[in-house]
Design a protein around this ligand. Structure first.
Ligand code: SF4
Length: 201
């Protein structure tokens, strides 16, 4: 660094990067440091800056249950530490294969909930007519990417077969959902259900 001119030096570097040594088509012919530039000497100026290759991040499929009773929906409080610590979520879990089939087991394991997926009335009529097993349609599907993995979440209406027991579960009035802190996936589910469900008081 030139003594006493660190600020000027930094400013000059920023100007060089903004006006001359730009990522696409750097203007080497008018560059004041061309004679010092290793990239120019090696003919690699068009490959600078070196881009770090994007890492392949794992992708997971999960299913979430929307359980509504008398205008309230069942939420779970996440552990205080870790990803989205202390936020609220719709009970969910990773699934393999058909997400509707895997959901009851995932929520039994993760939240000690006993439930079944509610069949959409239209799908039920269609199933009765054709007398065949129809794949359960989700209320919606949410895609989300974190820095180290991405997730597809299929959302289903569910009904409980027995009352919830775990202390991190809470019945929350639908009208209060906005006041509960949530991650992006759960916020989208909340929007999805408040637009589809008419709350009963
Ligand atoms: S000579 Fe080097 S520093 Fe100057 S514009 Fe070209 S690549 Fe950038």
């Amino acid at each position: 660094l030139p003594k006493g001119h660190a600020g000027d030096y930094n400013q000059a570097l920023m100007d060089l990067g903004a006006l001359i040594c730009v990522p696409k088509n750097p203007r080497c012919l008018i560059c004041p440091v061309m004679s010092l530039c290793q990239a120019r000497q090696n003919g690699t100026q068009d490959q600078r800056p070196v881009k770090t290759p994007k890492k392949d991040v794992p992708h997971y499929v999960q299913a979430a249950g929307v359980i509504i009773q008398r205008g309230r929906v069942l939420l779970a409080l996440r552990p205080s530490k870790g990803l989205l610590g202390g936020m609220w979520e719709f009970p969910n879990g990773r699934v393999n294969g058909d997400p509707a089939r895997g959901l009851p087991n995932a929520l039994k394991t993760g939240y000690n909930l006993r439930l079944r997926v509610t069949r959409h009335p239209r799908a039920e009529r269609s199933r009765r007519r054709s007398r065949s097993a129809h794949k359960q349609e989700p209320l919606g599907t949410v895609q989300h990417g974190y820095s180290h993995f991405s997730v597809t979440t299929h959302v289903f209406r569910c009904e409980l077969l027995s009352p919830p027991k775990e202390t991190n579960l809470k019945w929350v009035p639908l009208k209060d959902l906005d006041t509960y802190p949530m991650g992006k996936i759960d916020r989208q589910i909340a929007k999805m259900i408040t637009s589809k469900v008419t709350p009963k008081v």
